[in-house]
Structures are given as C-alpha cells and as structure tokens.
Design a protein around this ligand. Structure first.
Ligand SMILES: [Zn+2]
Length: 307
C-alpha cells in the first residue's frame, strides 16, 4: 500500500505534523518553508521539487500552484503579494494541499478565497479539500483543543490564538467552531448581507437556527450586527437568545461579539449560546435525519410510543 492510498486532507496534514514532531521541529507557527522543503523527502512528494513561493503577478487570484511545462518534476507556488502575511501563509498551505492531494489529476491550480463558493461542484470539492488541509496543518486540533479547554471564548482569546498560530482571526474563529464544546455560531456579513454561518457541533446537535427574515439575509433588529454605531465588541454583550434564534427557549441567553474589518463592509459575529437542555433526544449523537429510527421520530414530534 502506498502512502497516498486512501489519503484525505486531515490524514495528510496529520502525517506531516507527526513527521515534524518526530524530528523535534513541530513549533508554532508551523514552519511552512520547512514543510515545503521536507515534502520531496517524504512519500507525499518523492521525486518532485517545490520552488520557493513567488509573487503572483499575472492575475488577481489569491494563489496558484503550477507545474513547470518544461520539467514535470518541478512545481511552483505563487501568492498574491498584496495579501496580509497570515492570508499568504494560508494560501501557501492551501497550495501545498493541492500538491499532495490533487497534482496527479491537474497541472495547474488557480485559487481564490471565493472558489469554495463557486457553482462548479468538482472545483468546490478540491478547493474545500485544500482549505481543509491548510486548516488542519496550520491549526493542529490537539494543540488548539488544549488552548481553549475551560476558557471563555471571546475575540481577545481568538486574536491571541490567531497570532500564536499565524493565521487570520476569521480562520481561527472557524477552526474554534470545530473544537469548542459550547453551543456557538460564527456569522460572516459581507456588505450588510449574510455570507455564511458556521455552527459548532453542539449548536448543530441542539439545532440552533438563525431567525430567517429574508433572502439575502440582513442583520436582525436588536443585534449588535445591525447596530452601525458599534464597530467592535470583543468581550460580548448578553441578550436573549431569541433575538437571534427564534426557536430558542425564552430563558436562554447568548453573548454576541462583533468584529468589523477596516472599511466596515465585512463583519464577523460570534454568538456564544448558553447551554440548553437537549431538545428531546437531539444530543444523543445522531448526525442527520436519515439515521433516526421510528422511536426517535415519535419522540421528536412530542409523542411517546405506547409501551
Ligand atoms: Zn485551490
């Protein structure tokens, strides 16, 4: 069996972190140049050379991975020179992901932050995988889990972690949604409209839903997100959870945090919800509707089977 059989983004990143760890070179922020130089010595890149990242000058993408047309062993990474340093790091990690996971099927990758939202399913899929690889490599789950255990999650903590791991506030916020054990939701607004919402697994299990009032969705009345006079609220403000999520119980509160990017057009809202009793058996671990059995459906609809 070869090292790349049955490979996915998570496994690839985990193996690289294990190699770094075994040689005493697992430090934060993850040294991407070391990874780039190490790959040709590993089963993930044997026989290849990855050139040092260069400025991307021929178009407006975030990054690219290109095989040298004159030398099929040689690959080049190109990065938007205008991007912030942490964004460049994410892009380089993303291109390394394409190199490991996708270079057998393509010789050229042109990548945008928006590609994961494109309409082309196959493109979305490989872009998602490369992002997933970058997230797992730059923000190792085990290290992150330790950093947030028992901590109050706010943008101060997320900002500290983003600096320590060398990633953007947005990347770290998304990653924390994966590892927090609290009910939480990350919401991203672009020019006043909802671009995406990212629930934590506990939020998903307890079926936290944003109250939908339109399409595209605008910030809800009474929230900090809708209040233009508040640019930053990194500690958070408590409010009834129902202001955001109509289906939450009346006595449940949430803490809303807000981060506005320079220019004010892009806003991150972080919602930390008070824990709530499971909705019927919503916390029992099932992932989707299809996995429920008849008993679950009875209970869900408020009925109990007669025994
Ligand atoms: Zn890409």
């Amino acid at each position: 069996m070869s090292a790349t059989d049955d490979l996915n983004a998570f496994k690839a990143a985990t193996r690289i972190l294990a190699w770094l760890n075994a040689t005493g070179r697992l430090t934060l922020p993850i040294d991407l140049d070391l990874v780039r130089q190490m790959l040709p010595e590993t089963p993930f890149g044997r026989g290849s050379v990855i050139k040092e990242p260069a400025d991307l000058t021929w178009n407006a993408s975030e990054g690219a991975l290109v095989r040298n047309p004159d030398n099929e062993c040689e690959w080049g990474i190109f990065v938007n020179p205008k991007a912030r340093p942490e964004r460049r790091r994410f892009t380089i990690a993303h291109e390394l992901g394409h190199f490991i996971l996708h270079r057998a099927s393509q010789t050229r990758f042109q990548c945008d932050k928006e590609s994961v939202y494109s309409g082309i399913e196959s493109l979305k899929q490989i872009e998602r995988e490369a992002d997933d690889f970058a997230g797992n490599l730059l923000m190792p789950g085990d290290l992150l889990r330790n950093r947030i255990a028992g901590k109050r999650i706010d943008f101060h903590l997320i900002g500290e972690l983003a600096r320590e791991f060398g990633v953007s506030l947005e990347s770290m916020s998304i990653r924390i949604m994966k590892y927090t054990e609290q009910r939480a939701m990350l919401v991203y607004w672009d020019h006043g409209f909802l671009k995406y919402q990212w629930p934590s697994s506990e939020a998903r299990k307890s079926r936290v839903r944003l109250h939908k009032t339109g399409d595209p969705q605008e910030p809800l009345i009474g929230t900090l997100a809708a209040d233009d006079s508040v640019e930053q609220e990194w500690d958070g403000v408590d409010m009834p959870a129902r202001v955001w999520c109509a289906s939450e119980a009346e006595d449940i509160t949430l803490r809303e945090l807000k981060h506005s990017y320079p220019g004010g057009n892009r806003v991150l809202s972080l919602l930390m919800l008070e824990s709530a009793p499971p909705r019927q058996y919503a916390r029992s671990g099932w992932e989707d509707e299809a996995s429920r059995d008849t008993f679950d459906r009875f209970v869900d609809s408020g009925q109990f089977p007669v025994r």
